[in-house]
Design a protein around this ligand. Sequence first.
Ligand code: ASP
Ligand code: MG
Length: 408
Amino acid sequence: MALYVYKFGGTSVGSVERIKSVAEKVKKAHDSGDQIVVVVSAMSGETNRLVALAKEMQTQPTEREMDVLLSTGEQVTISLLCMALHNLGCDASSYTGGQVKILTDSSHTKARIREIEDAKIHADLKDRKVVVVAGFQGVDEYGNITTLGRGGSDTTAVALAAALKADECQIYTDVDGVYTTDPRVEPKARRLDHITFEEMLEMASLGSKVLQIRSVEFAGKYNVALRVLSSFKEGCGTLITYKESQMESALISGIAFNRDEAKLTITGVPDLPGVAFKILSPVADANIEVDMIVQNIADDATTDFTFTVHRNDYQRAKTSLEKTCAELGARKVTGDDTIVKVSIVGVGMRSHAGIASTMFKTLAAEGINIRMISTSEIKISVVVDEKYLELAVRALHAAFKLDQGVES
Ligand code: ASP
Ligand code: MG
């Protein structure tokens, strides 16, 4: 007998029909003797609908009220799923985050889980019940409803799996696993049988939208075996674990990309201590997240400074930088919000030289100009013009033989 936490995303519970088929899947697993805890998202589109309603009411609703509103989506699906299970003669109870209780801090709309009470769930499981828990929500120490940030149901599922010491956390979604890259950009993309936590974390933070980043961090921290698989298609999906696969000795596991990038440059900055701080602190104060940062070697006692931000923050960042430019007596501010970031990811990079040069050679052969480069132990990212995104991804996918699967 094993204990599984299943998570079904918005599309998987997007209609009464789909909820019924989720119930059938759950019942089948439960009938085979396993203990099943199910975490569900709101029906697809529901959270966005609620966000839009709030925006209609008030330009800046308080985050506390946003949480009260947004948490309702998941409450609908937990009850409907239990009804569907009851129809099938399967005993099941639903719980909101607060009922469980999933205790979080008080950072509304992006709360972090502190502790999960597992007594009620264990008691239900012992009584051979299916337990259905609302994803994405919790309660703070004062009893306020909190939510975990968009896509947060993944994190609920992983956190529950960790707390309950589940054998596996299975995330059912509309794709059948983690792919070498987005199949909409490269149809030759391949599903990976395994990926390591580190790689998955890089993929998620570099733009792969399969799992919420925080859920991967959580799974890595508590060593929860995490599997991504399709709710619509049979298959074994992709298993995310610590183990590096011995079968697959690929150098690169995947290519991630992010279209929502913009870059800003301030030129002719005096090359003095404290300048990076003066440039970046007003940006941070404006709550703008900075990604890549490059500063050139000084020439004539001045230097250039470039960084990237989310495209939505481009105008605000530019305005802030123009102010700094005047204050510092720097030359000028330039920017470009038609850039993208393409990254190759793989733990194989650690033990192999020459990966970067293969990447740069491949892009050069396609005539793609690289605007910025950044590297870490297991990834190399480049910034290129957005018109080259598809070409870059496909060329790199072929160069690293990602379409060919297992290498010898
Ligand atoms: N319903 C929430 C959202 O759409 C949480 C989730 O689906 O994971 O972001
Ligand atoms: Mg999701």
